[in-house]
Design a protein around this ligand. Structure first.
Ligand code: NAD
Ligand code: IPM
Ligand code: MN
Length: 359
């Protein structure tokens, strides 16, 4: 049997709760598909700060590098919000992405027919929505230099971040955007702020130039402010969106609400090596942590993405995605996707019915 080494990073808040469900699901699918998973659990975020004093211990990065795939839940929490920046949970997550060279983050937002009523938007607006946000993940304003809080000549403090992209950084994410669009409906929308920002002007120039290599893809450009508006006005106009780190972060949370809940949205963070980190779009949800209220489906669907994009086991991924559809068909709902006449379940119970659905 094929053996895969998987690093599990449960992190903080609801992270351990949703990870437990994902691992149970993976174990059942492994048996069904004749696969063998060797799990290593490692520390990241607040959990790592508590245990080691730093949000991304070297052992964690090593464990990830030695594995065939990484499953991450979420990091962060109020108790760490006032630590110096280099000691914050979020810095650990950014270090993981940078350390593994994960420059491309695929964030699919497809509305499931079962959840149309869970969206805050009208049925006719969201029915049939199927968007893929390709978010640049290791550059832009998240990583540009200089950054910091400096003191000016007048003694005033000045906070600085720098939004910067090199041509090669733009080209490699644009390529992912075009290739993703090619496998879908061949419509690519590049989102930027080229009317104001030089960095976006370069972005637009490079993406436009690359379009020559993909004559079958229809490329459009949109300013990010308009894109935010169009996503809630008429989301069906979008297929694949390619955009920078910060814009992708914001737009993918907006796209999440088309599908009913951010608790449904998985993602894949990929680089040049083939090793990927698979993580929900949402965070550690400290407001509901420890209460068995979290929706584990974004984590479970991230596990399906691990199987599909990371381990090239599409059949195993299909099994998980079918089980998710089945439990929704049966009417099981966590609080975030609850609607009339459905059966309310907690995180653990959702895990249990998923296992039943897999059988
Ligand atoms: P969040 O995504 O954690 O939560 C936003 C809202 O969505 C909350 O009301 C939360 O209860 C709800 N929610 C999120 N996931 C859910 C789920 N699976 N089921 C049900 N409801 C869910 O964002 P936030 O509140 O802005 O941030 C909380 C912490 O998480 C912060 O420390 C932030 O930095 C961190 N964060 C981490 C990641 C990550 O690990 N990738 C992503 C985003 C935010
Ligand atoms: C996400 C999160 C992270 C980001 C934070 C926690 C660093 O919001 O994964 O979307 O901004 O990328
Ligand atoms: Mn985010």
């Amino acid at each position: 049997t094929q053996t895969y080494r998987i690093t599990l990073l449960p992190g903080d808040g609801i992270g351990p709760e949703i990870m437990a469900v994902a691992v149970e699901v993976l174990e059942v699918v492994a048996k069904q598909e004749g696969l063998n998973f060797e799990f290593t659990t490692a520390l990241i975020g607040g959990a790592a700060i508590e245990a080691t004093g730093e949000p991304l211990p070297a052992e964690t990065l090593d464990a990830c590098r030695q594995s065939d795939g990484v499953l991450l839940a979420a990091i962060g929490g109020y108790q760490w919000d006032n630590l110096p920046r280099h000691l914050r949970p979020e810095t650990g997550l950014l270090g993981l992405r940078a350390g593994l060279g994960l420059f491309a983050n695929l964030r699919p937002a497809a509305i499931l027919p079962q959840l149309i009523d869970a969206s805050t938007l009208k049925r006719e607006v969201v029915e049939g929505v199927d968007i893929m946000v390709v978010r640049e993940l290791t550059g832009g304003v998240y990583f540009g230099e200089p950054k910091g809080i400096f003191t000016t000549e007048t003694g005033e403090k000045r906070g600085v971040n720098t939004m910067a992209y090199t041509e090669s950084e733009i080209d490699r994410i644009a390529k992912v955007g075009f290739e993703t669009a090619q496998k879908r409906t061949k419509k690519l929308c590049s989102v930027d702020k080229a009317n104001v920002l030089e960095v976006s002007q370069l972005w637009r120039d490079r993406v436009t130039a690359m379009a020559n290599d993909y004559p079958d893809v229809e490329l459009t450009h949109m300013y990010v402010d308009n894109a935010a508006m169009q996503l809630v006005r008429a989301p069906k106009q979008f297929d694949t969106i390619v955009t920078s780190n910060l814009f992708g972060d914001i737009l993918s949370d907006a796209a999440a609400m088309l599908t009913g809940s951010i608790g449904m949205l998985p993602s894949a963070s990929l680089g040049a090596t083939g090793l990927g980190v698979f993580e929900p779009v949402h965070g550690s949800a400290p407001d509901i942590a420890g209460q068995d209220k979290a929706n584990p489906l974004a984590q479970v669907l991230s596990t399906a993405m691990l199987l599909r994009y990371g381990l090239h086991q599409p059949h195993a991924a299909d099994r998980i995605e079918s089980a998710v559809l089945k439990v929704l068909d049966l009417g099981y709902r966590t609080g975030d996707i609850m609607s009339a006449d459905m059966t309310a379940v907690g995180c653990r119970e959702m895990g249990r019915v998923l296992i039943e659905a897999l059988a």
